[in-house]
Design a protein around this ligand. Structure first.
Ligand code: ATP
Ligand code: MG
Length: 546
């Protein structure tokens, strides 16, 4: 990895050097209205990454200022996903814990003549707001006295007015070139039960007012968010300044959000898939949510690695899905044990083998320490039908009539006879084991180029395997609606015969099915029927030049 710094680190370095900041303090502020997805992983890696790099702190703060869409289920899932990714927050906070403070800040602004109660409807406010080329028109309520504003604001809080009847607006500048500065609404009346504060409040702060107050109150030094908030930064600065928070005031820094090809990054649409039953839930292994990705078998370490490799930038772009998969593959190549599975079984009778033994087979030759497992072997096995050719093409190194192949971790076998049915379809192979050819002790003198996987017919287990594809079909020009790109065939369930050692696998254990791909044991498995999800294929389709 290069030592070059990203632009956020450059800002932090200079703040530390100038003495503006002595300890770096960041926060991750999810809205609990859905599960976290791979895009959030990037924000998590940046915020918690700064904590790690600078010996700082990072809070987890639930941005629950919007009472109607939020749910305690989401709070719990977000906490567990962050822990799974490997991060530990300093304080766990809720924006709703600050409702009293925010209310006091609003009162302070009113007293300073910097906020007023308006009776305008949302539509009237919009109409008077002006455009990018034209100044807005001042509200007819803009010059209410401080006393009147205070009285009305308290009445709003006390439930005197119905939803939408009155709002509190910051009094800034209706001619500002930045539309966000044209007297933005900072409080609204909303008679809704909040998951945290219940019915205590019927006025709620707007995000642009709440967020800077939360940051300033917690002593956040660098408030890192995505580019859409760039135009909101003057308002952010205005709020922390006018509410008179102590120095150093938090500083908002924007970065480009993560987009991945064929990947849905909208919580709203992901929720729709869940609600409509198009997936098995938020943690369906096809979902780009962190809990889906986890169930899919992507290791947390691979996701952190991916976020590190794509870097942080100020320009929006789209990362190829295959790049993420390639990070996962790199990780699994080091960490996943190899096992044997056969998807399309072809019975092989080893006519000269009478024994019944337990072979010791290496788990992963790439691992730092070599480990072995026991694999039963007897006179009847299954190989994959695709590893036998009745009429082999040139340079075919797998099994063919009168040919040799090595069974992984076992013996070299010779194909003596292919038994076919009336249609010419091969139903069984009759083979003989080459004497003295056992793996590791081979003195047979026979050289073979092909090594294939197999399972012992007597002891193998029937498993179910979910072959997974993206929930979206490739983007076609002009088709932007996810509904039209939904891939109805994203999950295909197929049977497989797997080696007996997998009976002791636990949910989330990951394996390489030798020569096939990487698979993870799903928690839907039963003691006698393991279910595996496909993680990634063995072959890398990522092309950096593309
Ligand atoms: P939605 O609009 O779907 O609710 P959101 O982006 O508003 O999603 P939040 O829960 O508010 O979701 O996000 C928490 C944090 O994660 C924010 O700081 C946000 O900027 C960041 N984040 C969300 N999506 C991405 C993404 N695709 N790439 C990087 N950061 C993201
Ligand atoms: Mg949001």
């Amino acid at each position: 990895m290069s030592e070059s710094k990203n632009f956020i680190e450059e800002i932090i370095d200079s703040d530390l050097q100038s003495g503006k900041v002595t300890q770096v303090y960041t926060r991750f502020p999810p809205e609990p209205n859905g599960y976290l997805h791979i895009g959030h992983a990037k924000s998590l890696c940046i915020n918690f990454g700064m904590k790690a790099k600078y010996g700082g702190k990072c809070n987890l703060r639930f941005d629950d200022t919007n009472p109607s869409k939020e749910d305690a289920e989401y709070v719990e899932s977000i906490k567990s996903d962050i822990k799974w990714l490997g991060f530990t927050w300093d304080k766990l906070l809720f924006a709703s814990d600050y409702f009293d403070i925010m209310f006091d800040c609003a009162v302070k602004l009113i007293k300073k003549g910097l906020a007023y109660v308006s009776d305008e409807t949302a539509e009237e406010i919009r109409q008077r707001r002006g455009t990018l080329y034209e100044a807005g028109t001042e509200s007819p309520f803009r010059n209410r006295s401080v006393e009147e504003n205070l009285k009305l604001f308290y009445e709003m809080r006390d439930g005197v007015y119905p939803d939408g009847a009155k709002v509190l607006r910051a009094k800034i500048d209706m001619a500002s070139p930045n539309l966000n500065m044209r007297d933005p609404v900072i409080y609204r009346v909303l008679h809704a039960t909040h998951h945290n504060t219940g019915d205590k409040w019927c006025v709620y702060p707007m995000y642009d007012f709440a967020h800077p107050i939360e940051d300033a109150h917690e002593g956040i030094t660098h408030s890192i968010c995505t580019l859409e908030f760039e135009d909101h930064r003057p308002l952010y600065d205005w709020v922390v300044r006018e509410c008179e928070f102590p120095e150093p005031l938090p500083q908002q820094i924007e970065f480009a959000r993560l987009n991945v090809t064929n990947t849905i990054m909208s919580k709203r649409y992901l929720k729709k898939l869940v609600d409509e039953g198009k997936v098995m839930g938020w943690d369906d292994p096809r979902m780009p949510t962190l809990s889906g990705i986890r169930r899919r078998g992507y290791p947390a370490e691979a996701i952190r690695d991916f976020c590190e490799r794509i870097g942080v930038s100020k320009a929006n772009s789209e990362v190829q899905e295959s790049y993420l998969q390639s990070c996962v593959r790199d990780n699994l190549n080091r960490t996943a044990n190899r096992v044997m599975a056969v998807f399309d079984p072809l019975k092989v009778t080893l006519t000269n083998y009478r024994g019944n033994e337990e072979l010791s087979v290496e788990n992963n030759s790439n691992a730092e320490t070599l480990t072995f497992r026991k694999v039963p072997f007897s006179g009847e096995i299954y190989i994959d039908r695709s590893d036998f050719a009745l009429v082999p093409p040139p340079k075919y190194y797998r099994l063919k009539p009168d040919g040799y192949v090595r069974l992984k971790g076992a013996y070299i076998i010779h194909c003596d006879e292919a038994v076919t049915d009336g249609d010419g379809r091969v139903t069984e192979l009759r083979c003989s084991v080459v004497p003295n050819s056992k793996s590791g002790e081979d003195v047979s003198g026979i050289k073979v180029k092909g090594v294939i996987q197999w399972v012992d017919a007597a002891t193998c287990i029937d498993a179910e395997v979910r072959k997974l594809q993206s929930l979206l079909t490739d983007a076609v020009d002009g088709v932007t609606d996810f509904n039209e790109r939904f891939n109805p065939d994203s999950m295909q369930v197929v049977p497989a015969k797997v080696e007996r050692s997998l009976l002791s696998a636990k949910a989330e254990d990951r394996f390489q099915f030798m020569r096939v791909g990487y698979y993870v044991l799903d928690r839907d498995s039963t003691p006698d029927k393991p279910i595996f999800n496909e993680i990634v294929s063995l072959k890398d389709s990522f092309n950096p030049a593309k």
